[in-house]
Design a protein around this ligand. Structure first.
Ligand SMILES: [Zn+2]
Length: 436
């Protein structure tokens, strides 16, 4: 294992050439920041390796706490006040790590990461495996998102070493259950909401994904997650009378509603997906296991249909528009049928706001000034839900400041190792400029 790590660390030498071209647009302190990040690139990879070798599947609470201890030690060393936040025992989650420093200078920042991964103990996916090309590592949570956690910590370390943390106001929250957030969310994300309310800007270090053009990009918006439930009732009868005065039955009515949704409610950035449908004369669905049963006969007009689906929207006006249209369609019942639709919100949307775009602009300028090129915006619909959405309603927010990789949540999750240094430089410069 040691040998393979050395092979990976060897790439840091290759960065030197690139670095000499940087820096024309950077102040002397900013140039020092870049130098510090570069000098500590090997330690950053070693910290990543250590954190990845600790299994921290969301349900492996001891593992999540051990990863927390590793990062807590780092943040203690950097002069942060750290504490572990426990969750209520019946929530069955490990808790969160909070690190804070108080000051009065510049913007008040909230930096977000998560310690858990989707890989539970016993996963067949190797914990850490250096690729033969010397430029990638494969492993559990390398890019989602221990790479991002390391970037967060190393950016702060560089800032500390040049004395740029003095008098800044920064809170770091690493959650222990991002991949499967504990319920109720008002409790599992209550601390995050409170921290957001007393911050100006939130930065999240989830993996960096490319924009539509394949160029570097960051995330200025993430869509909500929400759910809908459609219940259809209809008059039961003999199948031979299906187009008669008795009515069309629940299955035709459900088909009408869903297809009209598809044709009339869809708009850019909005999706709704009926994930499961059950129809007949006796229907039962168990939400806990996401399984159900249906009984019906071909010669009987069905009296019941139940549909469960998700609904993802960019912002609340889009949600309200969609829900109003869906309700109107549901109300136009076929003869003999009636239907009701219910909606439930889960993750709030991180709407694309002018404030978020301003933070992206700062990030992009920092990257260009460092010679690392501009940063575009990831389309909100090409990312799933993430923790920052709980903070975004209260602060200007930017996500995707973490490491670049591929195959998150899959056996082939991998990391572009050079992205650790590159994105640490970008993050350190952004934090520096925000806190001046
Ligand atoms: Zn993640």
């Amino acid at each position: 294992m040691r040998g393979t790590v050395k092979a990976v660390l060897g790439l840091a030498a290759g960065m030197a050439v690139q670095l000499s071209a940087m820096g024309q647009q950077l102040s002397p302190v900013e140039q020092q920041l870049v130098t510090e990040v570069h000098a500590h690139a090997p330690q950053a990879l070693e910290l990543l390796r250590q954190s990845v070798l600790i299994n921290s599947g969301t349900m492996n609470h001891a593992g999540v706490r051990a990863v927390g201890k590793l990062f807590r030690d780092q943040l203690d060393e950097l002069g942060f006040k750290t504490r572990w936040i426990d969750m209520p025992p019946d929530m069955r989650r490990a808790g969160h790590l909070l690190a804070e420093r108080q000051g009065r200078q510049g913007k008040r920042l909230l930096l977000l990461g998560h310690m858990d991964t989707v890989f539970e103990p016993g996963s067949a996916v190797p914990a850490w495996e250096a690729a033969a090309d010397g430029q990638h590592v494969r492993g559990q949570g390398v890019s989602d998102m221990k790479g991002g956690d390391v970037i967060l910590v190393e950016a702060l370390r560089a800032l500390r070493r040049v004395g740029a943390l003095d008098n800044t106001n920064i809170a770091v929250l690493l959650t222990g259950d991002e991949e499967e957030a504990g319920n109720p969310k008002s409790v599992s994300r209550g601390d995050m909401v409170e921290l957001a309310k007393r911050s100006d800007v939130a930065l999240s270090f989830e993996s960096a994904i490319a924009g539509k053009d394949g160029k570097p990009a960051a995330t200025v918006g993430r869509r909500s997650t929400a759910y809908f439930e459609l219940e259809v009732k209809a008059r039961q009868g003999h199948s031979m009378g299906v187009f008669g005065p008795g009515g069309y039955g629940a299955v035709y009515e459900a088909a009408r509603i869903l297809d009209t949704f598809r044709q009339q409610v869809a708009e850019p950035g909005l999706t709704f997906n009926p994930g499961v449908i059950l129809g007949g004369t006796e229907v039962a669905f168990d939400s806990a296991t996401s399984r159900g049963s249906a009984f019906g006969k071909t010669n009987v007009i069905a009296n019941t249909v139940t549909v469960k689906g998700d609904l993802r929207y960019l912002d609340y006006p889009q949600r309200d528009r969609a829900q109003a249209r869906m309700r109107a369609i549901v109300a136009q019942s076929l003869p003999g049928a009636s239907a009701a639709i219910k909606f439930r919100d889960s993750y709030p949307p991180m709407a694309v706001t002018p404030g978020n775009l301003k933070v992206l602009d700062l990030y992009s300028r920092a990257s260009q000034d460092a010679g690392l090129g501009p940063i575009g915006a990831v389309p909100p619909e090409s990312r799933g839900a993430g923790d920052i959405q709980f903070a975004a309603p209260y602060v200007d927010s930017l996500d995707g400041l973490g490491a670049s990789g591929e195959g998150a949540h899959s056996p082939n999750e991998s990391l572009d190792t050079a992205s650790i240094e590159r994105n640490t430089i970008r993050a350190a410069l952004l934090i520096y400029r925000l806190t001046r």
